[in-house]
Design a protein around this ligand. Structure first.
Ligand code: CA
Length: 368
């Protein structure tokens, strides 16, 4: 998701909806559905005035119902202060590197064409795609119109922001780039393989396969071209790298004892996608790793590597044994497991970052 949304949401820790969702287990509040229906009726004149046809409007909302998960996540999103070392290590996993290399083979000619057209190297384009949606595998699964209209209507704040996004989303449907059913995205409305917010679509989405539509959901060439176009229009310098690990570099994200980096303007362009150094360094490092480079030469100081799947499963089993609610252990670190880790860390007087590391498991195994 592009910057403005992700960083702002991360700061929300609202009590609204938490109590309700705990009681109703995710069911919408009793009056939520009529509230959304009323909103959909009242918003129509605004959409028509903006050039959306009545037919498009009605079709967009035909199968839309209240998205209780969007409301719940809007209220619940917490900021886990994962260190940059932990974040980069977790995100630039061996799986993500090898999938990127597979995608490089599969889409080689397309990537080369996009590199020539936009001047953005193919490894960086692939790395953004890998970070945003695991190369198109995880777009979020929400109907974008449902999620955004629910937030525009019924979230406790930022309704105007979501009204603007809804209008932009309806215009995308009006232009016929995608059908309402295929307009899939995150709970917050970040759409398709590139996770563009609807207002980012018009300026930055591109037609990579030449069929006249900008389909960032179903067309990989369109998604890759859109990412390249986004980076280029935000100032990407063709022929330049993001930077490199260098002793005496200008960027020391883990202090003087960790790896240091000499970054270029392109590193700052990556941050336009998501304004966090952890994200930008993960994209930068992933691009290098897909290209065949090795890990950073200087290790992160006092850093324990993330757990593999078996370790994550074991960690969840221990948390359950200690009385924490992690659901059925599945080897995946979701919100419940992260919350349980954080609670356990607090109880132990450790820094509560929710990071599932090898050393965390070691400590937990010996605790009572
Ligand atoms: Ca297209």
């Amino acid at each position: 998701m592009p910057p403005a949304t992700r960083s702002t949401f991360a700061r929300l820790a609202a009590t609204f909806c938490l109590a309700a969702s705990a009681v109703l287990a995710g069911a919408p509040a009793a009056n939520a559905e009529p509230q959304l229906d009323a909103f959909i009726r009242s918003f129509k004149p605004t959409a028509l005035k903006a050039g959306v046809s009545s037919a498009t409007y009605d079709r967009a909302f035909r199968n839309v119902s209240y998205d209780s998960e969007a409301i719940e996540k809007f209220g619940r999103q917490l900021e886990f202060k994962l260190s940059i070392a932990n974040y980069v290590d977790t995100q630039v996993s061996d799986t993500r590197i090898s999938r990127g290399q597979d995608a490089l083979k599969q889409y080689g000619p397309v990537l080369n064409r996009i590199e020539r057209q936009y001047g953005v190297d193919k490894y960086s384009v692939l790395a953004v795609w890998g970070m945003e949606t695991n190369y198109g595998a995880t777009m979020g699964g929400h109907n974008v119109i449902a999620a955004i209209s629910t937030l525009a209507c019924c979230a406790h704040r930022r309704n105007d922001f979501y009204r603007k996004e809804l209008l932009a989303a309806l215009k995308i449907l009006e232009a016929g780039h995608v059908t309402p059913e295929n307009m899939i995205g995150s709970w917050a409305g970040a759409m398709g393989q590139t996770q563009f917010m609807p207002t980012n679509f018009n300026p930055y989405a591109a037609d990579g396969d030449g069929d006249g539509k900008r389909d960032i959901w179903n067309s990989v060439p369109d998604a890759l071209a859109s990412t390249a176009n986004f980076l280029r229009k935000h100032g990407w310098q063709p022929g330049q790298s993001w930077g490199r690990e260098a002793p005496g570099g200008n960027f020391k994200p883990a202090g003087p004892n960790g790896p240091t980096f000499a970054t270029t303007a392109n590193y700052r362009v990556i941050k336009r996608y998501n304004n966090a150094d952890s994200y930008a360094l993960a994209v930068a490092h992933l691009s290098d790793r897909i290209k065949g480079a090795g890990p950073f030469v200087t290790p992160w100081p006092n850093h324990s590597p993330p757990l593999d799947e078996a370790g994550r499963f074991e960690l969840q089993t221990h948390l359950a044994r200690l009385g924490y609610d992690v659901g059925e252990p599945d080897g995946k670190i979701g919100p419940a497991t992260r919350q349980a880790i954080t609670d356990w860390q607090k109880k132990q007087g450790l820094s509560p970052d929710g990071y599932a590391s090898v050393s965390l498991l070691r400590k937990m195994k010996t605790s009572r």
